[in-house]
Design a protein around this ligand. Structure first.
Ligand code: ARG
Ligand code: ZN
Length: 859
């Protein structure tokens, strides 16, 4: 059933309070919910309509009297005109142990936990499961004291005590009204790591991280990240935490990354646990970023929440922007931006170009879980970033202050957010709002002309918007384009200015320029567009060396690389010696110790296949890979000695740390090792194995394994075996062991995949493990996923069909790489389409999978 934004009406009833009581018993859980309802003056109906799924109602009482005049149909309980004010008590029975969908109350390794966003609360009790119904929750949990010593819910602990038969209880109270998607409960045998934070007004907050026994040593980084996040939100946004306690619980079975339940964040272990021996630098960065993300939701999501799920990006886009900026402030701004933009291009741009393209504020959906997308999150963040760019940091802060003032405790829309930006700045942002409504990645084309007589320079921009499903003839957008100018020697003659495009075509003139400048356009990637440049290779080379904007410096090199790849794709014998020499100059700079190592690592890495694919009219991953690999081989052959020297110069300096400098060093070695091992010979394998053997940290181990993954040398198996033996008791590392094999571009891959699928450690019910095999393969092994035999598609198809009944959310998510089938060669298209059709023909297809598959096929 499709739900439309235009059909929104306020909830008919408000909930004054919600008292929940959970009796956790073997084989079943009894939930008692007592809610005081009052008619919503803004409501348009008199009927109380409660959502409920996957539960048996044991009894219903209205104002304490047994009540049976309700109907239940399509997962909704309806009570016709129950009155202006009343108390409804519903007792029901649920079965958390049988809940493999991991929505609502479920069990993970024996412990109980919840996931209610977006619509999981209805699997716990009948309620108006919508974000605009805010209420004060009191939660009593009763369970066996030995098996479940830890009992948690939102807010403050109000009461606790022992009960007969070895049972105990706790009562939690959250004084701040909240929507039910932020409700959480945890019961289990967990260890607590504790610290404190003193807020800007001097209040002390207890910080607790709960993990399984043995994992306590891996919590330090998450705890530090939490304290840094709390401080940053005070400093940058003036936002203070309101409660005396902040809990984080790590669980192994989780559909997403983490969840911001008020004062009781629940996390995938993958985003809490981090130790040098088991986590890579990128894991450390993700933990920091996601801890921050969930903490920041306290203000952007919880205290100010969404009116309805069409507004999901109100909280997610803004919170992603906040966590990206936090990470940029704490680490390297340029590196952060490069990595974020790379992710956007590799994963969001394809979504925008697919049948599933949707706007940041969508108009319709069937299953809201399918809208936790790169568009809502990452493009949504870009929309906030553009407003930050247009307003400037100070005015932006004024606007967010206004937003929090105006809407604390309210459920609002993306329109309300942008209105605050407009009110605080005095700017008209109505055209800007089109970004929220128009799907698809815009293209911005620019051309330039220098008039030596007038010493003036003009930049002409043209913007266009692609048609997307159900959206054609789009309007021009308000696009901030950050521009700087360099002279022929690379000196900056015009510092960054933000040009504002509002028309289809616009010209900007710069005067007093004695020579033709080289423009640095879209600095910092100031708008999520595809930029078409008329710059010459020489201009790009100048920017690659001299641009003061770290992002555009990298971008210039990537554009040169893309041009080279396209040349080789057209003509494998093309002369690319100039490009190879340019790379040589970068290596030489690195050898002299010039510049940032992390940036050099990224400059030495050719664009990934998924990014290159975005520039192709018809995608042929094998052809892209062949060209890309041929170029890497030439780079290796031309610069073998210099690369080896650069590798040696950046070896392990002794003690491990995760400073940007240390991470940059490891990233540089990894980038160099990838080039050095690209030819897969014995020397390569020996070098990679030596890297592995010398490693005192997981980053270096993974670097070595990744560079051996395609190898046909014996070292590959040796290192993989050692890795498994060493880390078999660490599920998150076993995930890496699965992934490192799934991404191998080698002949035997399909045998490997079968072996991994049948491995004793594979578990279809654990999303991390499923992703470690299937997502790693389908997303990070484009060549073999798109194998002309169709075996890659069949492998994915089968797991989607299997997961359809076990975990529909994960099943639907797995369809992602098939969505873009029309972008591929005719032969691949036919095979991808067949896989989609086979999934569509599955009996009992879940709504989640149905939506993605049918939209993929129909567009
Ligand atoms: N709000 C969570 C976040 O921090 C995501 C939870 C989504 N859960 C889901 N089942 N779709 O981004
Ligand atoms: Zn979020």
């Amino acid at each position: 059933k499709t739900i439309y934004l235009k059909d929104y009406t306020p909830a008919p009833y408000q909930a004054a309070y919600v008292n929940l009581s959970f009796n956790l018993l073997p084989g079943k859980t009894i939930v008692t919910s007592e809610v005081k309802y009052a008619k919503n003056p803004a409501g348009v109906s008199n009927d109380l309509v409660l959502d409920g799924e996957e539960q048996n109602i044991l009894s219903v009482a209205l104002n304490g009297q047994r009540f049976e005049s309700y109907t239940i149909e399509d997962g909704q309980m309806r009570i016709v005109n129950p009155g202006d004010e009343f108390i409804l008590t519903i007792i029901s029975e649920i079965d958390p142990a049988a809940n493999t969908a991991l929505e609502g109350l479920y069990q993970s390794q024996g412990n109980y936990c919840t996931q209610c966003e977006a619509e999981g609360f209805r699997r716990i009790t009948y309620y108006q499961d919508r974000p605009d119904v805010l209420s004060v929750f009191t939660v009593r949990i009763e369970a066996d004291a030995k098996l479940y010593p830890v009992l948690l819910s939102n807010g403050n602990l109000q009461e606790e005590g022992g009960l007969p038969d070895g049972r105990h209880f706790r009562v939690w109270h959250d004084p701040f009204p909240k929507p039910c998607y932020l409700f959480a409960l945890v019961a289990g045998d967990l260890q607590r790591v504790a610290d404190t934070f003193t807020t800007m007004s001097g209040r002390q907050v207890d910080l607790h991280i709960y993990v399984r026994a043995g994992d306590e040593k891996q919590c330090g980084h998450a705890m530090e990240s939490l304290k840094k996040s709390m401080k940053w939100d005070e400093e940058v946004y003036g936002r203070e935490y309101q409660l005396d306690l902040f809990n984080i619980v790590a669980v192994s079975d989780f559909n997403m990354g983490a969840m911001e339940n008020t004062s009781l964040n629940i996390f995938n272990t993958a985003l809490v646990l981090a130790h040098q021996e088991t986590a890579t630098d990128s894991d450390f960065m993700s933990v920091e970023g996601v801890i921050a993300h969930e903490y920041f939701h306290n203000w952007t999501g919880n205290r100010v929440t969404c009116r309805d799920w069409f507004q999901l990006s109100l909280k997610e886009g803004f919170t992603v922007f906040r966590d990206q900026e936090f990470s940029a402030d704490l680490n390297s701004r340029a590196v952060q931006r490069i990595d974020d933009v790379n992710g956007l291009r590799r994963l969001q741009f394809p979504e925008d170009g697919s049948p599933l393209a949707h706007s940041v504020q969508p108009d319709q959906f069937i299953e809201i879980s399918n809208f936790y997308t790169k568009t809502i999150y990452e493009k949504g963040s870009e929309l906030i970033r553009m407003q930050h760019t247009l307003l400037g940091a100070q005015t932006f802060r004024k606007a967010t202050d206004l937003y929090f003032d105006r809407y604390d405790g309210h459920a609002v829309t993306c329109d309300d957010f942008v209105q605050c930006m407009a009110d605080a700045s005095g700017r008209d942002l109505s055209q800007f709002f089109r970004w929220y409504k128009q799907a698809g990645t815009p293209t911005v084309q620019f051309s330039s002309a220098y008039d030596s007589a007038k010493q003036s320079y003009t930049l002409t921009f043209k913007q266009s918007q692609p048609d997307t499903p159900e959206q054609t003839n789009k309007q021009p957008l308000h696009i901030p384009v950050a521009v700087g100018l360099l002279d022929a020697n690379g000196k900056e003659v015009l510092p960054t200015q933000v040009l504002e495009l509002t028309a289809r075509e616009q010209t900007f003139t710069f005067t007093d320029l004695p020579g033709r400048p080289v423009p640095s356009i879209l600095r910092g990637f100031s708008a999520p567009v595809k930029l078409e440049t008329d710059l010459s290779d020489d201009d790009l080379r100048l920017l690659q060396v001299h641009d003061s904007d770290g992002f555009n410096k990298w971008e210039a090199g990537q554009t040169l690389a893309l041009r080279t790849i396209e040349r080789v794709m057209k003509d494998p014998a093309a002369d690319i010696s100039q490009y190879v020499a340019d790379v040589g100059a970068l290596i030489a700079q690195g050898l002299q110790g010039i510049g940032d190592k992390a940036l050099l690592a990224r400059a030495l890495t050719l664009p990934m296949i998924g990014v290159i694919a975005q520039h192709q009219a018809v995608i042929d991953p094998a052809a892209i890979d062949a060209a890309r690999t041929a170029i890497v081989h030439q780079i290796k052959r031309a610069h073998k000695e210099a690369l080896a020297a650069l590798y040696d110069a950046n070896g392990n300096p002794g003690s491990f740390s995760i400073t940007p400098e240390a991470m940059g060093r490891r990233a540089l070695q990894a980038a160099v090792l990838e080039i050095l091992t690209s030819t897969n010979g014995t020397g390569c394998a020996a070098r990679a194995k030596a890297h592995y053997d010398a490693a005192d940290n997981m980053t270096d181990r993974v670097t070595a394994l990744a560079s051996l993954s395609d190898s046909s040398q014996p070292q590959r198996a040796e290192v993989l075996a050692d890795f498994y033996k060493r880390f078999k008791d660490y599920p998150l590392v076993v995930d890496k062991w699965f992934s490192l094999q799934a991404i191998a571009n080698r002949e035997q891959i399909f045998e490997d995949l079968t072996m991994l699928r049948n491995h004793a450690d594979f578990n279809i019910k654990n999303p991390n493990r499923v992703r470690s095999l299937y997502s790693a393969f389908a997303i990070n092994n484009p060549v073999k996923f798109h194998d002309p035999s169709g075996k890659g598609y069949a492998f994915l198809r089968d797991v989607i069909i299997e997961l359809n009944t076990i975990n529909p959310q994960i099943a639907a998510r797995m369809v992602t790489p098939l969505r873009e089938w029309k972008r591929y060669t005719p032969a691949l298209q036919a095979l991808m389409k067949a896989a989609l059709e086979a999934i569509q023909a599955t009996p009992n297809l879940s709504g989640d999978v149905f939506e993605i598959v049918s939209k993929s096929l129909n567009a």
